[in-house]
Write a protein that binds this ligand. Structure first.
Ligand SMILES: [Zn+2]
Length: 225
């Protein structure tokens, strides 16, 4: 998981937010009446896909993607049409999460504070493909990282398999030893470190383990936004 700047809210959203949010707030506030059936957030899945480069915010896989309400509608109905509460997520991650929300919340892929960025919480075992809480976290931050991994099932076999296949491909095009880098492999290194490419955080981890540069641009919002 890596940090994503989702960029500015689409212009049309303010009107929809104003019109449709109150019914969700009323329903979950009073606990009575009929659950609203509007799903106007789906109209913005293309905007989110652009902002997230078609990569799931949680597992970094290239996907068709869905609008994930990071803070679930049932607990934060006032955020049902808030751009700042939406993530682009694959079907597996979105449905693993559903309306779960632990007391401390989950690690936020779009956190504003650098100290809250996913890179501060997670590392990878590049032999097994597992995403893991970093070893130097405080107990509270460790629990948050662990719960994010477990509730979103980020270490299920299908994720591990894809990460390992990916790393195998990376290992075939980038030499283990930084001294053996050519201009071409350097170009590939920079390309595969980019946050617009699937699995870039585990790629960066693999590179860093071997003493390669593993930097990437900070901003990931679409340039067209
Ligand atoms: Zn996912």
């Amino acid at each position: 998981m890596h940090w994503v700047d989702r960029g500015p809210e689409p212009e049309q959203l303010a009107r929809i937010h104003a019109r449709y949010t109150p019914r969700w707030v009323r329903f979950y506030g009073s606990g009575t009446g009929k659950k609203p059936s509007d799903t106007r957030w789906r109209e913005f899945s293309g905007d989110l896909a652009d902002a997230f480069h078609d990569l799931c915010a949680y597992c970094e896989e290239l996907c068709r993607g869905e609008v994930d309400h990071f803070r679930p509608k049932s607990r934060y109905p006032e955020l049902v049409y808030s751009w700042s509460n939406w993530l682009f997520a694959c079907h597996d991650c979105n449905h693993a999460k559903l309306d779960k929300w632990p007391t401390a919340g989950y690690v936020d892929p779009c956190a504003r504070s650098r100290t809250a960025h996913p890179e501060r919480f997670f590392t990878y075992d590049t032999l097994t493909g597992e995403i893991l809480p970093k070893g130097d976290l405080s107990p509270g931050r460790y629990r948050k990282a662990r719960q994010t991994i477990d509730d979103l099932r980020l270490n299920e076999w299908h994720h591990l398999r894809k990460r390992l296949v990916w790393l195998r491909l990376i290992s075939e095009i980038i030499p283990d030893d930084p001294a053996e880098m050519t201009a071409e492999s350097e170009e590939l290194r920079a390309h595969y470190c980019s946050r617009t490419i699937p699995f870039s955080s585990i790629t960066r981890g693999w590179l860093a383990e071997r003493g390669h540069r593993a930097d990437s641009p900070r901003r990931t919002g679409s340039s067209s936004r």
